[in-house]
Design a protein around this ligand. Structure first.
Ligand SMILES: Cc1cc2nc3c(=O)[nH]c(=O)nc-3n(C[C@H](O)[C@H](O)[C@H](O)COP(=O)(O)O)c2cc1C
Length: 224
C-alpha cells in the first residue's frame, strides 16, 4: 500500500504512521513548575541528538484545545528537566503519569514513585529509574500542525549530568540493558522492551581511525 500524508488515504481503521518509526524510546521527563510543583510525563517522540556534548530532543504536541502541555511550560519556565529511563518494571507507573493531571498535581505521588535529588538542576529524578539525565534547556522550535494538536513544541536540552545505578554496570563497563529492559513505544497502545542484546563488529573494520570509533563504540578520551 501507499498513501499521501496530506490526504491520509490509507484506508485503515487505525492511522499507521506512529508505528512506522519504532521502537521509540520513552523520555520520561520530570520538571517542576514556577511554583515548584513536580511534574512527570512520558514522551516517545524523544531522542538523543549528539554526544559531545550530549543533547536530547523531545517533541511535545499541543493539547486538544491548542494549549501547551505542562512539560513544555515547565521546561521553558525553569530552564531545566530530567530524563528518566523507563525499565520494564516501571511500565505501569509510567502509564499512570501519562494522564492529563492538572498542573498542581504531583505525578510522582499519583504513581507511587520516589523523588531523588539531582546534582546540577533543581528538579527531582525518579529514584526507581536506573538512568537519569540532568538537562538544561537550550531552545524550542515550534512546528506548525495541520490541526491544533498537530502543533509541536520541539525542545532541545543539553545533558549536564548523568546518573547510572551502579548495579546496572557490568564487568566490561557497559550498561546492563538486559537487566533494565528499557521500555519502548510501538504505536497505538503497544509497547516492547529490549530483551536481548547482540553485537555487530563491522564498525571495528571500517572505522580505521580510533577517533571515528569514539562515537560508535563509546571509546573514552578527549576529542579534537
Ligand atoms: C508512552 C507514551 C508516550 C507519549 N509520547 C508523547 C509524545 O511524544 N508527545 C506528546 O505530546 N505526548 C505524548 N504522550 C502523551 C503525554 O504523556 C500526555 O499528554 C501527558 O498528559 C502530558 O503531561 P504534561 O502535560 O504533564 O506534560 C505519550 C504518552 C505515553 C503513554
Amino acid at each position: 500500500m501507499f498513501y499521501e500524508t496530506d490526504k491520509n488515504d490509507h484506508g485503515l481503521s487505525r492511522a499507521p504512521f506512529k508505528s512506522c518509526v519504532v521502537p521509540r524510546p520513552i523520555g520520561w521527563l520530570s520538571t517542576v513548575n514556577a511554583d515548584g510543583v513536580p511534574n512527570l510525563a512520558p514522551y516517545s517522540q524523544f531522542t538523543n541528538l549528539t554526544f559531545d556534548p550530549p543533547y536530547v530532543l523531545v517533541s511535545i504536541n499541543r493539547k486538544l484545545d491548542g494549549e501547551r502541555k505542562d512539560t513544555a511550560l515547565n521546561i521553558e519556565a525553569t530552564g531545566e528537566f530530567v530524563y528518566n529511563i523507563v525499565p520494564y518494571a516501571l511500565r505501569d507507573a509510567m502509564d499512570i503519569t501519562a494522564a492529563p493531571f492538572p498542573p498542581d498535581v504531583d505525578e510522582f505521588e499519583k504513581a507511587g514513585l520516589t523523588k531523588a535529588p539531582c546534582e546540577m538542576v533543581n528538579v527531582p529524578r525518579v529514584a526507581e529509574s536506573p538512568i537519569n539525565l540532568e538537562c538544561k534547556y537550550v531552545q524550542t522550535i515550534i512546528l506548525p500542525g495541520t490541526s491544533r494538536v498537530g502543533t509541536a513544541d520541539v525542545i532541545i536540552g543539553k545533558v549536564v549530568g548523568v546518573h547510572i545505578d551502579d548495579d546496572c554496570i557490568m564487568e566490561d563497563d557497559k550498561i546492563d540493558m538486559e537487566k533494565i529492559r528499557p521500555l519502548a513505544r510501538m504505536g497505538y497502545s503497544d509497547y516492547t522492551s529490549a530483551e536481548s542484546v547482540f553485537e555487530l563488529s563491522s564498525s571495528k573494520d571500517f572505522a580505521i581511525d580510533s577517533k571515528e570509533r569514539h562515537g560508535m563504540e563509546g571509546a573514552t578520551g578527549k576529542l579534537d
